[in-house]
Design a binder for this molecule. Structure first.
Ligand code: ZN
Length: 368
């Protein structure tokens, strides 16, 4: 393993990585990667899958490793919920549901196509509640060639049965300083690294992507201006919400461009190999969609974190000033921070983003 290329680009998770590298020698049938989004757990799961399929024990550079890491290996199957919970017919074949080979338990029974194993990666496994009983038996005793990798921030108590069937690999949430140091290692200047780490929402991948994004500083400034620009009028709040919403939409342009480039390169490669179409194209496009969704959510979370910090700074300034109006300012800013926190906690279930932003800004303009 000493010369492996796997797990190199995951900062701050030495213990988890060591555990995974040791597991490659004699893997079990189910692993739970527990840690916040952006902590590197998804990247680690992908590299672990590469290691499980690699003929060289996890080199990171052979064709099989390359395919897994690009998300186009036919034996690595990704799942995420279509809605707020995994539906039963996503997990197990049902009458009028998707065909068995698209369900999780159906895929668990399939023979690997190219490599020695089938790897099933279940993202947001904390949303398995409804379907957990249907998955449990397969998770306990899958065919010997199937390995499950479940990803979740954490498991709610009623999914303890699922968790107890898995080897748990824990990922810590990344501190901005860890991300900043990692960015500096990648050759990014100190000042930019600190600013990127602040806007990264604890996600090192996102920070690196933002480093290539010429509009990032502008978006950061927009969020920082919000408290000063809110003037108590409803029309200002609405306008500002629209402006922020549009900047969020534009934000993924950079990622979309990189994805288009990746698709072109892989298509050229496969043409050069004489293939009529790109194998794994559907998997690749699915991965791209997941990446965009994740990026946009993180962009919003990072923006809201910047906003909350502005109100916290105001609160501290008021405390220090000790003027007669200080207690009122502190109370109002505290309420603003709470309001922002509530929206963040609702985000995964709240796709109606423009409305939610408008409501938030209206509330903030009355509060502080
Ligand atoms: Zn390899």
């Amino acid at each position: 393993m000493a010369t492996s290329d796997l797990f190199l680009d995951i900062p701050g998770q030495e213990q988890a990585i060591r555990q995974l590298q040791e597991s490659l020698a004699d893997p079990l049938h189910a692993y739970a990667f527990l840690g916040p989004q952006g902590s590197g757990s998804l990247r680690a799961a992908r590299d672990f899958a590469a290691g499980l399929l690699c003929e060289n024990g996890g080199c990171g550079i052979c064709e099989s490793c390359f395919k897994v890491r690009r998300g186009i290996h036919p034996d690595v199957l990704y799942h995420e919920p279509d809605g707020t919970q995994y539906k039963l017919d996503h997990v197990t074949p049902r009458k009028d549901g998707p065909p068995a080979h698209e369900t999780i338990t159906g895929q668990a029974q399939r023979r690997p196509l190219e490599g020695p194993r089938t790897i099933i990666i279940i993202e947001r496994a904390d949303l398995l509640r409804l379907a957990a009983p249907a998955l449990l038996k397969t998770l306990e005793e899958p065919p010997p060639t199937t390995v499950f990798l479940l990803l979740a921030n954490d498991f709610p108590r009623d999914l303890e049965t699922i968790r107890s069937r898995c080897v748990v690999i824990s990922f810590d949430s990344l501190q901005p300083t860890t991300i900043a140091e990692w960015l500096i290692d990648q050759g990014i200047g100190h000042e930019l690294a600190a600013s990127l780490a602040e806007g990264s929402a604890g996600d090192a991948d996102r920070a690196l992507l933002l480093a290539k994004d010429p509009d990032y500083v502008q978006r950061l400034a927009l969020w920082q201006q919000v408290p000063d620009r809110l003037d108590g009028s409803g029309s200002t709040a609405t306008e500002l919400a629209l402006e922020v919403h549009n900047s969020l939409k534009d934000a993924s342009a950079m990622l979309e461009q990189l994805q288009a480039q990746e698709l072109d390169e892989l298509t050229e490669d496969s043409k050069a190999r004489g293939e009529r179409s790109l194998p794994g194209k559907k998997e690749l496009l699915d991965r791209h969609k997941r990446e965009i969704r994740r990026f946009q959510t993180n962009e919003l979370i990072a923006g809201l974190a910047i906003l909350a910090r502005r109100y916290r700074d105001r609160m501290l300034a008021a405390e220090r000033s000790a003027t007669p109006s200080a207690p009122e300012t502190m109370r109002a800013c505290g309420e603003a921070v709470d309001t922002i926190g509530q929206l963040v906690s609702m985000l995964p279930r709240n796709p109606r983003q423009p409305l939610a932003l408008e409501r938030l800004f209206l509330q903030l303009s009355h509060e502080a």
